[in-house]
Design a protein around this ligand. Structure first.
Ligand code: SAM
Length: 280
C-alpha cells in the first residue's frame, strides 16, 4: 500500500466537495496502486516531463509523482479541484504545476516551456466527452514528429478498440487510420468500472500511442483526413461512390493507387489509404 502523507482520495473528494460532474466527464480513480501501475507503464518518469490533462482530485497525478516523475504539468478545467491539487504540489516540492483551463484550447509546447532536452510524455485519464477530440488534436498536426514522445491514455474500452482496430473489422474507421498511419498503438490493460467513483457504464482501457518517424512518402495529413473521412462517412458504399464528395472523379485515382473501385473503406489497409491520399 502506498502512502505519500496526503489523505486518501475518497477523503480529498469529500473534503473539497468534488461530487462528479457528468458535464466534465468526471469519473475519479481512488486506488494509488492502480494509478501507480498506469504511471509506470508510461516509461521513464524521472528523465521526462509529464503532461497530464484532467488531474481532478489527483489520483493519477499522485501515482506519477510517487513513482518518480520529476515534473508534471497539468491542465484542469474544474475550478473546484485547484485547491486539492495545490496541496499535492506542496507535498511534492512543486514538481507539479497546474494550469486552470480547457485542454482543447492549450498550446501544449508553450505551456510546458523549456524541457531542458527532456522528452514529454502525455499521461491522462481523459474525460470521455472530449477524449477523442483531444486525441485527434494531438494526432493531426501537420508537423511530425510532435511535441510528445508518447501518449498513455485512458479511454472507454470501445474507443481504445477503435484506435487499434485492423481492416475488415467493425471497429476499423477514421480514428484507426489517423492514429496508426503515424504511430504504433496498443492497448496495455483494462480498468474495471468498479475502480471509479462513480462507476462509468463501461470498462475502460489504457492505450499507448508512440509516434513513428514520418515516412518519406507519407501523404499530407489534411489530405489523408479528407479522404479517410469521405470514405468512412459512407462506409457501406463502394469507394467509387463514397469518394465522389471530394470533387473529382475517384475512379482514375483509385486505379492509380492500385485499389479496386468496388472496394469499401473498411477493406483498405493503412498503406492503401496513404497511397490513395497521395493521388489527391
Ligand atoms: N485524473 C483524474 C482521475 O484519474 O481520477 C480525473 C479523471 S476524470 C475522467 C477527467 C478530468 O478531466 C476531470 O477532472 C475533469 O474536470 C477534467 N476535464 C474535463 N474536461 C476538460 C478539459 N476540456 N480540459 C481540462 N480538463 C478537463
Amino acid at each position: 500500500m502506498y502512502d505519500d502523507g496526503l489523505p486518501p482520495l475518497r477523503d480529498v473528494i469529500n473534503e473539497h466537495g468534488l461530487q462528479a460532474k457528468k458535464s466534465l466527464g468526471q469519473n475519479f480513480l481512488t486506488d494509488l496502486n492502480l494509478t501507480g501501475k498506469i504511471a509506470r507503464s508510461a516509461g521513464d518518469l524521472e528523465n521526462s516531463i509529464i503532461y497530464e490533462v484532467g488531474p481532478g482530485p489527483g489520483a493519477l497525478t499522485r501515482g506519477l509523482l510517487m513513482n518518480g516523475a520529476s515534473r508534471v504539468v497539468a491542465v484542469e478545467m474544474d475550478h473546484r479541484c485547484i485547491d486539492a491539487l495545490a496541496k499535492v504540489s506542496d507535498a511534492y516540492d512543486g514538481r507539479l504545476t497546474v494550469h486552470e483551463g480547457d485542454a482543447m484550447q492549450m498550446d501544449e509546447a508553450s505551456l510546458i516551456g523549456d524541457t531542458g532536452g527532456k522528452d514529454v510524455h502525455v499521461v491522462a485519464n481523459l474525460p470521455y466527452n472530449v477524449g477523442t477530440a483531444l486525441l485527434v488534436k494531438w494526432m493531426t498536426g501537420e508537423n511530425w514528429k510532435p511535441w510528445f514522445k508518447s501518449l498513455t491514455l485512458m479511454f472507454q474500452k470501445e474507443v481504445g478498440e477503435r484506435i487499434i482496430a485492423e481492416p475488415r473489422t467493425k471497429a476499423y474507421g477514421r480514428l484507426s487510420v489517423l492514429c496508426q498511419y503515424r504511430a504504433d498503438c496498443r492497448i496495455l490493460f483494462d480498468i474495471p468500472r468498479q475502480a471509479f467513483i462513480p462507476p462509468p457504464k463501461v470498462t475502460s482501457a489504457i492505450v499507448q500511442i508512440i509516434p513513428r518517424d514520418e515516412a518519406a512518402d507519407a501523404p499530407k495529413q489534411k489530405t489523408l483526413e479528407r479522404v479517410v473521412s469521405a470514405a468512412f462517412n459512407q462506409r457501406r458504399k463502394m469507394l467509387r461512390a463514397s469518394l465522389k464528395g471530394l470533387g473529382t472523379d475517384p475512379i482514375p485515382k483509385l486505379e492509380a493507387a492500385g485499389i479496386k473501385e468496388t472496394a469499401r473503406a473498411e477493406e483498405l489497409s493503412i498503406d492503401d489509404f496513404c497511397r490513395l491520399a497521395n493521388q489527391y
